[in-house]
Design a protein around this ligand. Structure first.
Ligand SMILES: [Zn+2]
Length: 300
């Protein structure tokens, strides 16, 4: 009797330790809204980051440097493509944060801005908001000092915006190129794609378009509910053409988190009004919280 009690204690200690091991990472990191909005301002300061421009390349270097500083492995995916405006050199940026599992989630955003000619279009929301959120999410993971439960591949797409009108040959260039080149092994290991676009609006309401993976859409709503953020998220009957579509075409589950009502009747969209004063760190924080919930719970 005495003996069994003596060895029971270390066994109990081991069991407790194992329990802690499982719980260690259960609480996802938090996005710092002030840091995220600061990043958005720094992106906007590069000027018109249209595909193929010097401003775009300088921004790409900045994104790569920030991602590396956060501990991500970074590669550029360059490709030249014929467009309705001639040949353009595109550059996707892929930044991977290793997790405890080789299985991975893609969290993506487009970092190009629409070419609106002579206008002063900044693309604070449509371009910078998603990009800034991804960069701050990497920092947030780094702050925890621990690996996420699954690998997170942050992908910054070039060429989301079309030159003239969306077609097989115009728009979604970066995501199309990226999805086409995923190996069979990568497609097997990929747990899903979470694309964010126009998520900085001060008056935030993310509407998940109908052409999104059902399970991932539910997971987003569950995350919102759990965090008391459900008033900011809903499903929409709308079909939206965005980078997530290229993955759905390949049979990879993908969801688009977008607030496609920016200003009254979407009046700020693709206009000079899409500037820093229309977006807020609080909105980036809200969306970041839900995306982190999704990453932390996608395997359960
Ligand atoms: Zn746009």
């Amino acid at each position: 009797m005495l003996n069994s009690k003596i060895w029971l204690l270390p066994v109990l200690a081991l069991l407790l330790q194992a329990g802690n091991g499982c719980r260690r990472n259960e609480v996802p990191p938090s996005v710092d809204g002030a840091a995220a909005i600061d990043l958005a301002a720094r992106l906007v300061a590069f000027g018109k980051r249209c595909s193929g421009t010097e401003a775009y390349r300088r921004q790409a270097d900045f994104i790569a440097a920030e991602a590396k500083a956060a501990g991500a492995e970074v590669v550029f995916q360059d490709f030249i493509q014929q467009t309705v405006k001639g040949e353009i050199l595109f550059r996707n940026i892929i930044a991977e944060v290793k997790g405890r599992s080789r299985q991975f989630v893609i969290v993506s955003a487009h970092c190009d801005v629409k070419d609106l000619g002579d206008s002063n279009f900044e693309g604070a929301n449509d371009g910078a908001s998603g990009t800034a959120l991804l960069l701050e999410m990497m920092q947030a993971i780094k702050r925890t000092g621990e690996k996420p439960p699954v690998t997170v591949r942050f992908v910054f797409f070039d060429g989301e915006e079309c030159m003239v009108a969306y077609s097989e040959r115009d728009g979604l260039f970066g995501s199309s190129y990226y999805a086409d080149r995923m190996s069979a092994e990568e497609q097997r290991q990929c747990l899903g794609v979470i694309n964010v676009d126009m998520i900085g609006d001060r008056d935030l309401h993310v509407t998940i378009p109908q052409n999104s993976d059902d399970r991932l859409s539910e997971l987003a709503l569950e995350g919102a509910e759990e965090s008391g953020l459900d008033t900011y998220f809903s499903r929409s009957p709308q079909v939206i053409l965005d980078d997530h579509v290229q993955f759905l075409k390949k049979g990879i589950p993908a969801v688009n988190l977008i607030d496609f009502n920016y200003g009254e009747a979407n009046s700020y969209w693709h206009t000079d009004a899409d500037a820093m004063d229309k977006i807020s760190g609080k909105s980036l924080e809200i969306v970041g919280e839900v995306v982190f919930f999704m990453i932390w719970n996608v395997k359960k």
